[in-house]
Design a binder for this molecule. Structure first.
Ligand code: MSP
Length: 633
């Protein structure tokens, strides 16, 4: 029997599940359900990623051990997926003893092969951004490309993986496997990255503890493994790599579902690790885009994170599944709004799908006592059957390429054929004209189309389609899929049952969204004396000149007149909020007695005051025009 192995990323336990996690998981679940329905032996893996500094710190903040904290959050992910009836076959945790043993085995193998060596990690570190940057990305060779602050060199003993050794083989892989990265358009960025030159990868850390130790045979207890090496290996340790290998026949993975932010880890590092382990390559790294909110990235600090459980509670988990897959082309970013979700439910689901079932129930009841036969369908409605068949036969490649939005769009064309057939052939007129056979064939045609749509839609809306199947009197399973989809057969008889409306109309948003960002816990602010306050000299100034700093995303270079002999040069991080033209002539308040500092190689002789909230940043200015140099008290 053919197999399929499908994975989600394993989710970090430093945060609770949000819509992005639900998105990846629901796509993977739909794929797994589709392949099961096609009769494939399918293994679907999800789980949690529990090691690393971020998690160690998150636990510490809450006064818990990392394991206690990981247990708590991992359980929340599992509970949510269970509530959503995600059909995973295994939920892996990177703190599972089998995973730890498997990772150590893999490390040992790579080490023995000579692909891992000990060295010193030396990198430019920006404390403010908590990130290392390669020399090539720095501005003027020393400033952080993100915030413009000076970076420092940090040195740490580390083990390295010989990533550079695999550069050519990786490029060959991308060339040979046309669909290694899906959508195909995303492959170019991976190729460009690899072509620009791969450096060996630091794969151990000594600066924190919460990670997998090196194998006992290497005996170097200071080191723990880099979290990405540990995490990526979950895809094989879940099958028992290095311990009980009975499930290893599922390897290689057919689909690793990932978000675009972690494509590089999956399309570059992971295949290189696998090459080193002499294991086959995954078939597809399927990369989706990001969900945003009003065009902005979701983040806890902005308070705009969408809780998938709240959406599912308000609108139904299956409607939410349909929306996620239908609304955004796979690979692109999409904006979440309740309005878009409601439109999909009322129009696509309510009008096109739900109403069709109602029409079948209504007509079959009124005219035929809920019993319908298909014997005249092929004779009378050949054209419609051929149209629907052509639509259905074109669908599997769309799913195999993870083009879920296109798949659903095309599937809805089959519903359009059915709805159009009713409107054109008006069974109620046929009944009046005494053409009962023709009317029954029409209702049977439409019931057949709906049954086939339900079979195809089943992976995306498992329960709803079961209700449709129950109403039409057939079963959804691999046998019926093979018969009615693969072999294009017709259902012979229908015993229609009434069911309550599938998609009651939604008039207005149901979910209450947080308007306010979450209140930060108030820290005890220490009080200062008036003398201490007066140590800070704030003066009114007028901006004489404003220029962009090439290469900087955030900084502008200003000349500000403070009533002194010469204007001050001030480097201000306001470029995302103001253009240089908006600033010239504006009055501002300047901290005038700050020690000069260098930002991106330019001296800054003061600081401009500004206020920033979730809507953006605004400069603090005197209400009326004020003489330059006037102190602000
Ligand atoms: N632990 C790593 C993955 C290791 S896999 C070997 C990780 N975890 S994560 O929890 O931060 O993110 C998991 C997934 O959620 C990623 O695929 C990421 O792209 C996805 N999303 C996080 N926020 C998202 C949105 N706002 N929208 C869509 N998906 C996004 O990375």
């Amino acid at each position: 029997m053919k197999k399929r192995y499908i994975t989600t990323p394993i989710y970090y336990v430093n945060d609770v599940p949000h819509i992005g996690h639900a998105y990846t998981t629901i796509i993977a679940d739909s794929a797994a359900r589709y392949f099961r329905l096609k009769g494939f032996d399918t293994f679907f893996l999800t789980g949690t990623d529990e090691h690393g500094q971020k998690i160690e710190e998150a636990a510490k903040k809450r006064g818990k051990t990392p394991k206690e904290y990981a247990d708590e959050i991992s359980a929340k992910f599992k509970a949510l997926w269970d509530e959503f009836e995600i059909s995973y076959d295994k939920f892996i945790r990177t703190t599972d003893p089998e995973h730890i043993a498997g990772v150590q085995k893999a490390f040992e193998k790579m080490y023995q092969k000579g692909d891992i060596y000990k060295g010193v990690y030396e990198g430019h570190y920006c404390i403010s951004c908590e990130a290392f940057f390669p020399q090539s990305q720095l501005i003027d060779e020393e400033f952080c490309p993100d915030c413009g602050k000076q970076t420092g060199i940090v040195k740490e003993e580390s083990y390295f993986f010989r990533l550079s050794k695999y550069q050519d083989r990786l490029l060959e892989l991308y060339q040979k496997e046309e669909k290694f990265v899906l959508p195909k358009s995303k492959k170019n960025e991976v190729i460009r990255f690899v072509e620009s030159g791969l450096q060996d990868l630091s794969i151990t850390r000594t600066s924190f503890d919460w990670g997998i130790k090196l194998p006992p045979s290497i005996n170097d207890p200071k080191h723990v493994m880099y979290v990405w090496l540990d995490a990526l290996l979950n895809y094989i340790t879940a099958l028992g790599y290095g311990t009980d290998e009975r499930l290893m026949h599922y390897w290689p993975a057919d689909y690793h579902l990932v978000g675009k932010d972690i494509l590089r880890f999956h399309a570059v590092y992971w295949p290189a690790f696998l090459m080193s382990l002499e294991l086959p390559m995954p078939k597809h790294i399927a990369t989706h885009g990001w969900w945003t909110r009003n065009g902005q990235k979701m983040s806890k600090s902005k308070g705009n994170v969408i809780d998938p459980k709240a959406v599912a509670d308000a609108y139904g988990v299956e409607n939410f599944r349909y929306f996620l897959l239908r609304e955004v082309p796979f690979g692109q970013d999409g904006d979440f709004s309740q309005k878009a979700l409601i439109d999909r439910i009322n129009n696509d689901l309510g009008n096109d799908l739900g109403n069709l079932l109602n029409r079948i129930i209504g007509m079959s009841g009124k005219y035929f006592g809920y019993a319908i036969q298909s014997h005249d369908v092929a004779k009378l409605y050949q054209k419609e059957l051929e149209e629907v068949d052509a639509i259905l036969q074109a669908l599997p490649p769309l799913i195999e390429d993870m083009k879920w939005h296109k798949f659903l769009e095309e599937l809805w064309q089959a519903l359009a054929v059915a709805n159009k057939a009713i409107d054109c052939h008006t069974p109620w007129n046929k009944m009046k004209e005494g053409k009962e056979d023709e009317a029954m064939a029409l209702v049977a045609l439409v019931a057949n189309i709906l049954a086939k749509v339900a079979l195809m839609l089943h992976p995306v809306m498992p329960k709803t389609t079961q209700t449709i199947a129950q109403a039409l009197g057939f079963r959804i399973n691999p046998e019926s899929f093979a018969k009615y989809i693969d072999q294009s057969q017709l259902l012979e008889n229908f015993h229609i049952q009434k069911v309550p409306p599938l998609f009651p109309k939604i008039e207005e948003p149901v979910m209450v969204e947080k308007k306010e960002p979450p209140k930060k816990a108030k820290k005890e602010e220490p009080l200062i004396t008036i003398d201490e306050f007066f140590k800070t000299q704030i003066k009114v100034g007028t901006i004489q000149e404003a220029k962009e700093l090439p290469k900087s995303k955030k900084l502008l270079k200003l000349l500000v007149d403070l009533g002194e002999e010469r204007p001050r040069q001030i480097i201000a991080g306001i470029k995302e909020y103001y253009t240089p033209e908006q600033l010239v002539g504006e009055q501002v308040c300047v901290v005038a007695n700050l020690k000069p500092a260098k930002l991106m190689g330019h001296i800054s002789e003061g600081m401009i005051l500004a206020a920033k909230d979730e809507n953006g940043l605004t400069l603090v200015t005197p209400k009326t025009r004020t003489k330059e140099g006037t102190p602000v008290k």
